[in-house]
Write a protein that binds this ligand. Structure first.
Ligand code: TAP
Length: 488
């Protein structure tokens, strides 16, 4: 258990692992059953301990074909089922997620490394909320403002990343099913376990076979899913590089795509902001989920007149963050998800120093095994520095300053990304002005990292296209009416 320089020591408060039953090996979930894969297998590890958790089947092209065929066969019945009947299944899944919430949260923390207080209080409740929300839409699609007699697309191939495994699954599966599509979903290689538990939940809910299929594997499995000729829609969340490769792969095929990609959000603090609240928002913005957040507030833009004071308060607050065992209820920052991601964070941080930025992290004993990185802030960062331009996807904050609102806007928009932004100020008029000027899909005012199933989420520029969440999220799974998510 790691210790920080806190005025007193917390007693250990570990969440029990006994609620989860991790099997030695897992097959693929195809046509309502777990089946052996025809490819090889790989291991998933606990990033906090490096312990092997389970052996996972790697879906081959032949397995993908079986899964897509199962989804196509199921589409006939599922798409013709009255919306109010489909809704019953989604409500049932939502209730089972709530009932098995503790199990899902513990499993997510073990496989991903995120603190239990986040998986328990943020991820799992929002996952259930997504299924409840889209269950409510299933019999009201013609009132969604997307045209008369809305029709599903068919089979959706869905590919998700490792930072919010269950939440990204919910963002993809709930709206797709509500609209009458069937799905083949590939979770990330390092975090397959909660998707496989979700497959068990589909069985428990008596979901018709083939409506949801889960195929585990690495990038090549994702590639095969994207390339399958009978997939009508690709829904991808992940890095901009892979998103571009997918866009190229499907160009000219007639397949539709939603791409939710990377980000480099500006969190902008004006001199009239409530500074202690802003500091909490800065900390939540970059250190939540170890900074493995596409919309993380990884660039702090602070007005020059309050920069010194904000930094002072920020460092004081960072020194109280507890880094360590993800299953301890007092942990604020858990493990980095993989050795590969840790190497990337270390490399970009070293480049930050080499390019002349000043690095600071609180004193912090990190566990000897597992993958860890302390909360870190870089000051003296310029817009040319790589840590200000590239997504670190870790607990690393770059601090820049500004003098006027227009300078803040220019710096905030000076990025190839455009997923989110934050504004901290007392003035409502300034919030509205900034929200108009910032090229970001979401702008939070005096808060950060707030997610709600009723609210659309998505990017500008290289952060991708299409929207997930809200009424707009339905448009991604219905035949085109000429209306785009952004028009709604
Ligand atoms: P990626 O490396 O892009 O992987 C995402 C998913 O795509 C994984 O399941 C991955 O499989 C699979 N994949 C890899 N190569 C593929 C290919 N050529 N064709 C099809 N699928 C392929 O991203 P990541 O490192 O897991 O996730 C971090 C990135 O996701 C960050 O850039 C982050 O900003 C972004 N993200 C965006 C959002 C939104 S909503 N915009 C939300 C969360 C994360 P393997 O895991 O097995 O390699």
């Amino acid at each position: 258990m790691a210790k920080n320089s806190t005025p007193f020591e917390y007693a250990p408060a570990p969440e029990s692992r006994s609620v989860v039953d991790i099997k030695a090996s897992y097959g693929l979930f195809i046509d309502g059953d777990f089946v052996d894969g025809r490819g090889s297998s790989f291991k998933t590890v606990n990033p906090a301990t490096e312990e092997t958790l389970a052996e996972i089947a790697e879906a081959s092209e032949a397995d993908i074909d079986l899964a897509v065929r199962a989804a196509r066969k199921a589409f006939r019945g599922w798409s013709r089922m009255p919306g109010k009947e489909r809704a019953k299944y989604l409500f049932r899944i939502a209730r089972i997620i709530q009932e098995r919430g503790r199990e899902l949260a513990v499993l997510e923390s073990i496989d991903n490394g995120k603190p239990i207080k986040e998986s328990r209080d943020v991820d799992v409740p929002i996952v259930a909320a997504h299924f409840f929300y889209y269950a409510g839409w299933a019999d009201k699609l013609e009132y969604a403002g997307l045209g008369p007699n809305p029709q599903p697309l068919g089979v959706a191939g869905q590919i998700i990343p490792w930072n919010f495994p269950l939440l990204m699954l919910a963002w993809k599966i709930a709206p797709a099913l509500a609209c009458g599509n069937t799905v083949v979903l590939k979770p990330a290689e390092t975090t397959p376990l909660t998707a496989l538990l979700f497959a068990e939940i589909c069985q428990q809910a008596d979901l018709p076979p083939g409506v949801v299929n889960i195929v585990t594997g690495a990038g090549s499995t994702g590639q095969a899913l994207v390339a399958h000729p009978d997939v009508d829609k690709v829904a991808f969340t992940g890095s901009t590089d892979v998103g571009k490769a997918i866009a190229r792969a499907i160009a000219g095929t007639g397949k539709l795509a939603t791409l939710e990609l990377g980000g480099k959000a500006a969190n902008i603090v004006f001199d009239d902001a409530a500074l202690d609240q802003a500091v909490e928002g800065i900390v939540g913005g970059i250190f939540f989920n170890q900074g493995h957040v596409c919309c993380a507030g990884s660039r702090l833009l602070v007005q020059e007149s309050v920069a010194e004071e904000v930094l002072h308060r920020l460092k004081r607050r960072m020194a109280t963050l507890r880094v360590g065992d993800p299953l301890d209820k007092n942990t604020d920052i858990g493990a980095i998800n993989s050795a590969e991601q840790l190497a990337k964070i270390r490399e970009l941080s070293a480049i930050g120093e080499a390019e002349g930025a000043e690095r600071w992290a609180p004193a912090c004993d990190l566990p000897s095994s597992g993958f860890w990185f302390p909360p870190t802030v870089f000051t003296g960062v310029t817009q040319a520095h790589r840590i200000a331009r590239e997504e670190v996807f870790g607990p690393v904050l770059s601090v820049l300053t500004f003098r006027t609102p227009s300078e803040a806007i220019e710096k905030a928009n000076n990025t190839p990304y455009g997923l989110s932004a934050g504004v901290w100020t007392e003035k409502g008029s300034r919030i509205l002005h900034m929200a108009n000027e910032l090229r970001a899909g979401v702008v939070w005012a005096n808060t950060f990292n707030k997610f709600d199933p009723t609210s659309p989420f998505g990017g500008y520029k290289e952060s991708g296209y299409g929207r997930e969440g809200g009424r707009q999220g339905l448009a991604a799974y219905l035949k085109s009416t000429g209306l785009k998510g952004g028009d709604l």
